[in-house]
Design a protein around this ligand. Structure first.
Ligand code: KG4
Ligand code: ZN
Length: 343
């Protein structure tokens, strides 16, 4: 075993991205993602269509990942796959594929918790990229998740807070939909916000105890605000799109930053690692760099391809589990709900 390279093929299919990656130890050799465009016309992910698209994509995506990595399947040490949380029909495609391949090749199968993977994506080794040291705080923000996690070690994580309703990406996307923007609207809000006044339209921030989040009230107050203003001026949204977007982005950023500040105060930890698609948001990134300067925080954001759903992050967890000999039984099943540190 000594000095022998470990090659992991990782598979991710928890939502609407079919992804396969090959890692050599903690370095990524390939990371192929097939994003399902079909959901755009529906303004959100349709689970039934997602699982069908995974069925179509999984074989070519795996082939491509192996080819790009220049690795033959007989060289693989193990297969890692997302067991959950996510859409059950989607998870079943990746789970079944991974189980069959591990049985066919006679190599270990490694189940991975998708949320753990977002967090450990910071441990993918890349030239010039610093990795957080334990303990650190992780905030995972995407279309499916909003969590603050205390990370003590690779597999010792405690959820300090999470959303009680919508994820932060949903808050962006649903607000964008109300403004007539296309799905997913988060990046478009960001784009308009860059030229708008964040203080133009103050929206109320939810009152949620502790470190949990709630975004459904914000969506409702934006809806009422737009209904009220367009009743007075039907062109209100078109005429004020930049200021509306900047105000929404500012409110969401403040909600996240308030909770992060609370988490730092509670734990005394100032290393903050961000992940998930929403970490691309310029308002959030600016707020984090201000906190670095003013509050002495050290913040970490992985490369964007490792922020959104991807198999490389599944592979890095696979690698650390492989080192521990933590393998799964072939009878393992997908779990739509899968808490960090347990089922
Ligand atoms: O991680 P991700 O690709 O997929 C999952 O949801 O798991 O995240 C997608 C989410 C969408 O809600 C999208 O609108 C949001 O991330 N997003 C953004 C930005 N880029 C992506 N939200 C705000 N600003 C952005 N720049
Ligand atoms: Zn995710």
């Amino acid at each position: 075993m000594q000095n022998q390279n470990i090659y992991i093929l990782a598979i991710e299919s928890s939502c609407d991205d079919t992804s396969a990656a090959v890692l050599c130890n903690d370095e990524v050799l390939s990371n192929v993602v097939a994003t399902q465009k079909i959901h755009e016309e529906y303004g959100g992910v349709i689970p039934e269509l997602a699982s069908r698209a995974h069925q179509q994509h999984i074989v070519p995506v795996v082939h491509q990942a192996l080819a790009k990595a220049n690795i033959d399947k007989i060289q693989l040490s193990a297969i890692a796959f997302t067991r959950g949380p996510g859409l059950l029909g989607s998870l079943l495609v990746g789970t079944s594929f991974a189980k069959s391949l591990s049985l066919g090749l006679g190599i270990p199968l490694i189940e991975v918790n998708h949320m753990e993977a977002h967090i450990l994506s910071h441990y993918i080794r890349e030239k010039g990229i610093k990795r957080p040291e334990f303990p650190f705080l992780a905030m995972t923000i995407s279309g499916g998740h909003t969590q603050i996690v205390l990370v003590r070690d690779y597999f010792q994580m405690e959820v300090l807070g999470e959303t009680l309703d919508d994820a932060v990406g949903e808050a962006f996307d649903k607000s964008a939909k109300l403004l007539g923007l296309t799905y997913p609207g988060g990046p478009l809000i960001d784009l308009h916000a860059r030229e708008g006044n964040p203080a133009a339209f103050p929206f109320p921030k939810p009152r949620v105890d502790g470190l949990n989040f709630s975004f459904s009230g914000l969506k409702t107050s934006i809806l009422y605000f737009i209904q009220r203003e367009t009743a007075k001026n039907p062109q209100f949204v078109q005429e004020n799109i930049k200021d509306i977007c900047a105000s929404i982005q500012h409110t969401i950023t403040e909600i996240l930053m308030d909770k992060l500040k609370k988490a730092v105060k509670k734990t005394g930890i100032k290393q903050i690692a961000i992940g998930g698609g929403v970490s691309a948001n310029s308002g959030i990134r600016n707020a984090l760099s201000v906190a670095e300067k003013e509050l002495g925080w050290k913040t970490f954001i992985p490369k964007f391809e490792y922020c959104t759903d991807n198999a490389a992050m599944i592979g890095i967890v696979g690698y650390y589990k492989y080192l521990e000999g933590n393998f799964s039984d072939p009878s393992v099943t997908a779990l739509a709900r899968y808490k960090l540190g347990g089922s």
